[in-house]
Write a protein that binds this ligand. Structure first.
Ligand SMILES: Cc1cc2nc3c(=O)[nH]c(=O)nc-3n(C[C@H](O)[C@H](O)[C@H](O)COP(=O)(O)O)c2cc1C
Length: 235
């Protein structure tokens, strides 16, 4: 086991990486150097976890495996062959309330109408966009993040911190990402293709590549609330 921090080679500061990060849903075909993927995952493992249990595991999906996985997931989507996710990432659509409900609606409207020209009630247009999740939005690399079940539920916090480290380390190298819970609906298909052992629970997917800045989905920037609205300073 490594006890020394790996070399740091990213070129953006932490502030720059955080400030310029966004979820990218359109990628260039430009390949991601395998060395970058390995460096990102090596450094991400410096993430804090419960008693240093490091409950995460990453499946790196490229090439033919990525294509085959997408085909199987599209088939499952077409047949509406959904499975109850192994953990609840979000409530049913009708169970959201304010202020989260309005933020969610605003995001959905921006994503579908402003960037794709798809109206809210255009079911086919929305489905065509949703489908692209399963090919990691055309990114050359897909990551499937899992967590060891024995670490639950706190292990999901550790895995979330690990996920954010991957995302920021990628950004520091000029790469972009999109975390993807959409894989959860079809977790048995993912499990079968990647031969994921039973003790690993699927957390989410992550698209990894270089943004296609010429495409609106390569540069969608979302709003944030001001710091005073979500912070209470206790003196
Ligand atoms: C755990 C997680 C799962 C997500 N799943 C999806 C997904 O399945 N598909 C998608 O297009 N975006 C997904 N997102 C991206 C969010 O929609 C996005 O983070 C949010 O709208 C804020 O936009 P930004 O990341 O560009 O700042 C996910 C984000 C997180 C953190």
């Amino acid at each position: 086991m490594s006890t020394v921090a790996p070399d740091v080679v990213g070129s953006l500061s932490v502030d720059e990486a955080v400030a310029t990060r966004r979820s990218v849903r359109a990628y260039l075909p430009r390949p991601v150097p395998p060395r970058d993927v390995e460096e990102i995952l090596t450094l991400a493992a410096r993430t804090a976890s419960n008693s240093n249990t490091q409950p995460w595991h990453v499946h790196v999906v490229t090439g033919r495996t990525k294509r085959d996985l997408a085909e199987s997931l599209w088939e499952a989507l077409e047949n509406d062959d959904r499975t109850t996710p192994e953990y609840r990432y979000q409530p049913d659509p009708d169970d959201w309330s304010e202020p989260l409900l309005s933020r969610r609606r605003q995001f959905g409207d921006e994503l579908y109408r402003c960037t794709l020209g798809v109206e809210h009630d255009d079911t086919e247009g929305r489905l065509a966009h949703h489908r692209r999740n399963y090919e990691f939005f055309g990114a050359p690399v897909g990551l499937i993040l899992t967590v060891d079940r024995q670490s639950l539920g706190g292990g999901l916090i550790d895995a979330g911190a690990f996920l954010q480290a991957i995302i920021l380390l990628a950004r520091a190298r000029g790469l972009d990402t999109c975390p993807q819970a959409s894989f959860l609906d079809f977790h048995p298909v993912v499990r079968r293709h990647l031969r994921i052992p039973a003790e690993q629970m699927l957390v989410c997917g992550v698209a990894l590549g270089y943004a296609d800045d010429g495409h609106c989905l390569g540069g969608l920037t979302t709003e944030r609330e001001p710091v005073g609205s979500y912070t209470t300073f206790h003196d």
